[in-house]
Design a protein around this ligand. Structure first.
Ligand code: MG
Length: 312
């Protein structure tokens, strides 16, 4: 057994444990056949907040200078895609995604009248993402306190309205990206695998292609620190088809949710999962900075992440 076979069998065993016994054999076969480590790349992006600089132009220039390939914009860019794409391109960057959020939980609100305007707003964000050639729009169904619907009711509702939105996104070569959050922030959708199974069910109804299902999921290393038993297993569950984005942040120990490397959060296990599925989309900073010199801290965290990637 060579190293590749050994790794494949080990990962398949790990994945198999998360599945029921009747699917173990099929999962083991599929996983062993889809070792795509040779294709994987660590492509770094950042939101404007964590990047050092006095203004957006300086931040974008520093991102490029320290090795980022893309910028992740907030929802404020919706309707202003052309200028935001130009700003990124002028700095030599792509646009990774739009971090849009929950729209106050309107799409999954217990107040029925709020839902359609929320869906329309998500579609406008998708149009801007398409205009900027971004991978997709990060969407959170509801933060705690934003809906009175139960877990089961939200899932059912998403299966009703999201297939059409997924088709709309896929037709423009972009995607909705579910973001699982930790329990302190959301009761619905907390694990990457749960998000992936939701994507699978929505894709089945939408009938979109495997190349771009239009409905995808992401992992955030901060939230995963609370919710995932195994980072590698979480990313392998989503696979290359559904995993579209990653947020880089420290874990829950102090200093909480700051630049990777500033607390004890380890990325090797998660990066091993990303390598295994041949991940080539972006890993993007969404975090604070504990260091006094932000530019120095930015440089240091990128070097730290590249080391972790090498170890994975
Ligand atoms: Mg996040």
């Amino acid at each position: 057994m060579n190293r590749r076979d050994f790794f494949g069998a080990g990962a398949a065993m790990g994945l198999g444990m998360a599945l029921n016994s009747s699917t173990n054999f099929a999962a083991a076969q599929t996983t062993a056949e889809t070792d795509r480590r040779a294709e994987a790349k660590l492509r770094i992006s950042s939101q404007l907040g964590p990047a050092p600089g006095k203004n957006d132009a300086e931040k974008l220039a520093n991102m490029k200078k320290y090795g980022c390939e893309a910028v992740e914009y907030h929802g404020g860019c919706v309707g202003k895609g052309k200028e935001h794409k130009e700003m990124a391109n002028d700095a030599g960057l792509e646009v990774s995604v739009i971090c849009w959020g929950s729209c106050n939980g309107d799409l999954c609100s217990d107040v029925v009248e709020k839902r359609q305007p929320g869906i329309d707003a998500l579609k406008r964000a998708l149009e801007t993402a398409a205009e900027m050639e971004a991978r997709g729009v990060i969407y959170v169904p509801a933060f705690n306190g934003q809906t009175k619907l139960t877990n089961q009711e939200i899932r059912k509702l998403l299966l009703e309205f999201m297939p059409e939105v997924a088709k709309f996104a896929a037709s423009m070569n972009t995607a909705v990206i579910f973001e699982p959050l930790c329990r302190m922030e959301a009761f619905f959708l907390r694990q990457v695998a749960d998000g992936a199974s939701l994507c699978r069910d929505i894709q089945r109804i939408a009938g979109t292609s495997d190349d771009n299902p239009g409905i995808t999921v992401m992992g955030d290393f901060y939230h995963m620190d609370t919710e995932e038993a195994n980072d590698m297993g979480a990313f392998i569950c989503a696979g290359k088809k559904y995993l579209k984005h990653v947020h880089l942040a420290g874990g829950v120990s102090n200093p909480r949710r700051t630049f990777p490397g500033e607390n004890d959060r380890n990325y090797v296990d998660g990066f091993r999962g990303l390598k295994y599925i041949g991940y080539t989309d972006f890993c993007s900073f969404e975090c604070g900075c504990a260091g006094k010199d932000k530019e120095e801290a930015f440089k240091k965290t990128i070097a730290f992440l590249r080391e972790q990637w090498e170890k994975a």
